[in-house]
Design a protein around this ligand. Structure first.
Ligand SMILES: *[C@@H]1O[C@H](CO)[C@@H](O)[C@H](O)[C@H]1NC(C)=O
Ligand SMILES: *[C@@H]1O[C@H](CO)[C@@H](O)[C@H](O)[C@H]1NC(C)=O
Ligand SMILES: *[C@@H]1O[C@H](CO)[C@@H](O)[C@H](O)[C@H]1NC(C)=O
Ligand SMILES: *[C@@H]1O[C@H](CO)[C@@H](O)[C@H](O)[C@H]1NC(C)=O
Ligand SMILES: *[C@@H]1O[C@H](CO)[C@@H](O)[C@H](O)[C@H]1NC(C)=O
Ligand SMILES: *[C@@H]1O[C@H](CO)[C@@H](O)[C@H](O)[C@H]1NC(C)=O
Ligand SMILES: CC(=O)N[C@H]1CO[C@H](CO)[C@@H](O)[C@@H]1O
Ligand SMILES: CC(=O)N[C@H]1CO[C@H](CO)[C@@H](O)[C@@H]1O
Length: 363
């Protein structure tokens, strides 16, 4: 393979210095509700950037996001010359359980192919007490890599991680420009989205190759009618067609040059046992390390690396080409929580310079 040619190809795609944003995801977990009605909530977000990680912080759309008790940002993983992804963990104390909306605004996306002007993402944090669980609502849990790839000639379905700790029904839709959920929200022409959070790509002509911005909104719907109760006693009924919270799921999607074969295991990596199934749920007690063994093979390309997104402190170990271990040890303050992890294995060849296949797992 030729690294210089590969870099050239990428430089053509990402031409502008200032255009570096490669998406975001935010999820939240409520912690304690205090005697005075104030609530502690942990917001976790991912920020994706082209080449190297930058610093950006979320602001507040609805002005009642409370006070930030602690904040930390750490780099999760990066792919040389392509992307870097950070995780931010912001613990906030809000005076009551009224809804609030964290907002992320900034400069340019890494691509302008679908006419995105600048980045914008909004989360709706719902913390009112649910009648079914007697707890504050938790958002859907998901994560994604900053850059997802597909060869232009291959049919692929991407089943995004979509898990809800409250047992709610999780649905996806594209962001809506009139709701100011992105700026603007133009969906990529090359993808079809199902409400169950599957993105389908159909083979397309090479003229559609390039990097697209995908700006989704993920929402949780109760499976039956529930009541939400505010600190001051006010109540609201939510049926199974009312979204409770909403989170942004934004990433770059690259339609790459075609491969000679779309069969997994030839040019595109194929996962082998004991790699966990997509959307598998794994369990580990606090202070015990969870190890995910990943194996993949290709016949006509060389596996180059494992790329992942998940909580900071997930570590990867390379056992051999195509054999990796991801490990993660949850801490005491993550007890009882679910955290999303996703990964892809990437391969390189002289005829087809880059390819990925993806899978996802939970813990
Ligand atoms: C909740 O707190 C916000 C300030 O953060 C305040 O504006 C609002 O009136 C309070 N709501 C209730 C129901 O107490
Ligand atoms: C976007 O939101 C507006 C305002 O709520 C609504 O009227 C419209 O139907 C939504 N568009 C889509 C595509 O859902
Ligand atoms: C999306 O779905 C429509 C209708 O099923 C189909 O005609 C179209 O080719 C699909 N587009 C993509 C990019 O998969
Ligand atoms: C986990 O480890 C921490 C620090 O070592 C300790 O304080 C805590 O009690 C441990 N929790 C459990 C459930 O073992
Ligand atoms: C893949 O490589 C094998 C040899 O390992 C070769 O026989 C086969 O033709 C190649 N397949 C394609 C689609 O190029
Ligand atoms: C990462 O692990 C270190 C050492 O176990 C711990 O002190 C730190 O709090 C962890 N950070 C996060 C964000 O989980
Ligand atoms: C699809 C693609 O860009 N292929 C290029 C990969 O690199 C080789 C050189 O090693 C080029 O010849 C291919 O065109
Ligand atoms: C984020 C992380 O831990 N990445 C490491 C994965 O493994 C490769 C090879 O062992 C390292 O180079 C990365 O730093």
């Amino acid at each position: 393979m030729s690294l210089s040619l590969l870099l050239l190809l990428l430089l053509l795609v990402f031409s502008s210095e200032a255009s570096h944003f490669m998406g975001t995801v935010m999820t939240y977990y409520p912690k304690d509700t205090n005697a005075d009605g104030s609530v502690t909530v942990v917001l976790r977000y991912k920020l994706g950037y082209h080449v190297s990680c930058k610093s950006d912080t979320w602001s507040c759309l609805s002005r009642n996001c409370g006070t930030e008790v602690s904040i930390q940002q750490n780099i999760i993983d990066s792919e040389s010359d392509d992307w870097c992804q950070k995780e931010g963990i912001s613990t906030r104390l809000v005076p009551n359980n009224t809804q609030f909306q964290p907002l992320l605004i900034g400069g340019s996306w890494v691509t302008t192919i679908n006419n995105i002007v600048s980045w914008r993402a909004v989360t709706l944090v719902e913390l009112r007490m649910r009648s079914d669980t007697s707890k504050a609502n938790t958002s859907p849990q998901t994560t994604i890599l900053p850059l997802v790839r597909v060869p232009s000639n291959c049919q692929r379905d991407f089943n995004l991680l979509a898990f809800d700790p409250d047992g709610d029904n999780v649905q996806c839709r594209y962001g809506n420009t009139s709701l100011s959920e992105c700026n603007p929200c133009t969906p990529p022409s090359v993808l079809n989205l199902s409400s169950s959070c599957t993105l389908s790509f159909s083979p397309t002509s090479s003229s559609n190759e390039g990097v697209y911005a995908v700006q989704l909104v993920m929402e949780d719907f109760p499976t039956h009618t529930i009541t939400l109760t505010q600190t001051n006693g006010a109540q609201e009924v939510k049926t199974n067609s009312d979204a409770l919270s909403k989170i942004p799921v934004q990433f770059a999607f690259s339609v790459d040059p075609e491969v000679p074969s779309c069969t997994e295991g030839l040019y595109l990596p194929k996962f082998l046992p004991p790699t966990p199934d997509n959307r598998a749920q794994l369990y580990t007690p606090v202070n015990h390390s969870l190890e995910i063994l990943i194996k993949a093979e290709t016949k006509n390309t060389t596996i180059s690396e494992l790329l992942f997104s998940g909580p900071y402190n997930v570590t990867n170990t390379t056992l051999a080409a195509g054999e990796y271990i991801l490990s993660w040890t949850p801490s005491q303050n993550e007890d009882g929580e679910s955290h999303p992890i996703c990964f892809v294995v990437q391969a390189i060849s002289s005829t087809y310079n880059k390819s990925t296949t993806s899978s996802h797992a939970y813990s």
